[in-house]
Design a protein around this ligand. Sequence first.
Ligand SMILES: [Zn+2]
Length: 655
Amino acid sequence: MFRELNLQQDNCVYVVEHDNQTIHFAAEELVRYLGVVSNCIITLKIVEKYDNRENGLWVGLSNDFLATTFTSSEQNPYDDEIMIDVSHGNGWVTGVNPRSVLLSVYRFLFELGCRWVRPGVDGEYLPHTDFRSFTINVQERASYRYRGICIEGAVGVEHITEMIDWMAKVGFNSYFIQFREAYHFFERWYSHLNNPHKSPTEDFDVESARTYVAAAKHEIQKRGMIYQAVGHGWTCAPFGIQGLSWEKWEEEIDPEIIPFFAQVNGKRELWEGIPINTELCYSKPEARSKMVKEIELYASLHPEVDLLHVWLSDGSNNQCECERCILETPSDLYIKLMNELDMALTNRGLGTRIVFLIYHELMWPPENERIVNPDRFVLQFAPITRTYRQSFASIGSVPDVPTFVRNKLDLPQAVEGNVSYLKAWGNHFQGDSFDFDYHFMWAHQKDPGYLQIAKVLYEDILHLEQLDLNGFVSCQVQRSFFPNGLPMSVMARTLWNKELSFSHMAEDYFISAYGRDGMACLEYAMKLSELYYELNLDQTSDRQEIDSKLLFSNVNSLIHQFETVIEKNSKQDNLCHASSWKYIKLHAGIWQELNHGLELLDGEDVVQAQRVWEDVKNSVWHIEDSCHQVFDVHNFVGVFDQVFSAKRFEGRMEG
Ligand SMILES: [Zn+2]
């Protein structure tokens, strides 16, 4: 057992906290973890200012200890930078802002050997070590300003609060709660959509969703993270229509609002009955001013929102075809709206920053309008139609943006094609920006080892700088740590430091998560990813002639052989390692069966394949309780229902 440290004066953490909850929390976290790691009692002392006569660990803002050691001349409040200078239990753990102080504390613990391989207590790997035997010097500034995650998938409140907690531990700095209430994401979980074995939570409603959002906000604020909000819904809320989700609107529509809807094919109506997918007749000044008033009201009631997303509808090929709208591109009308919003916010003295979206029709830059006040805005590039089998690294020459033809959009899958729009926007807007991307929306489910998606993500992040993007916000299912959390860990670490090597991060992750046989797990996950990359469940045009029979059989033997390694590791003393092995075992069971179903599908035995898929679903529903923290069953079922759907299969046989 680890030797008990003596209770003496230098087991003390001093915090200069300036009444700031994040700095206070940072110091508490340091005390709590050091107590566990070094098996000792540490006293926390709150002090007014630094006193160099006191030995111990000092926590606070960098300028509490130093005059001007930091590299940045003009500090943007979103930019993180940390400095750790500790020797034998004495020194500073500091950052340039409260959030950076917290990140600095976690980094100090990382240097001691602590790892957080997934959200929740069972994702903590804590070594037993004497922190006083370490000398740690770190001075780093984050490679990218925006390092965030956006809520998607099916979520319970504890899934997001644990996610936010985990995010700060690994270096993220921002969380985005989509829609005002995030209702639909909670509804998927609490109503247990896509799992008929579970009954819906009875009293779940919009009010519960609001309570959960408040709980998430509390965790975001405690950590000083950048809070992003809303997105879609501004096109219907000003007209009294709640945009809670992508559901159809069943109530009556007030005839007075119909003239504001976009006119498509001669009709003004809700697009396919769905409010948030409906565009407006944006050339009407009154349509824009109603939106501006609504956004302004929201911003004034929510000063806690740092970045307010103002997006148009979530549909496409649904733009207004009236005689006035067709005279301008959707982006010109959008920028007009943005400038009017900026003026309204300025007049009201609101500094809320607005995120505008490059997506669908808005991929084409405006022809005449320009953003008047770039400091108000952040550009968000959202290439949702792109493939995740290719990364930003593979961009050769970027093609020209095709001519915009209203309501005849066909956006590219190739990464180059998507990037061409961003380049075109670069001539119109040189302000702050980030990539909003979807690696963990669907694509990750088709990569059972998670190594392939992790590599694409890694390369994407390395190349953000070349695309003039200052960060990344991942629009994703929250529970994407099954079978492992490697890609999520790679996302966090590479956004912080793009100089890190992929193989180094992968080895570190697998050893931390699985212990002794971690490298065997890495090799297994890598092979599984390689085999399924070749099998290509996306069935895109880049599919080569492959011996799929052999590949499926190789997957089968790979999993079968690895089961002996799993068996050998089934008893672990360490909770983190034990949980990692539990999850990889559950995953192997699912994929053994699923691989068989996919093989049948590939052999065109659709009926039998669908029968196997029904069995797989039943097994997954059965085990959901034991893996819901890391695995979004709702999303998994949705993705593979589509893979196994007869309609899709017919298309493939022709192709
Ligand atoms: Zn119109």
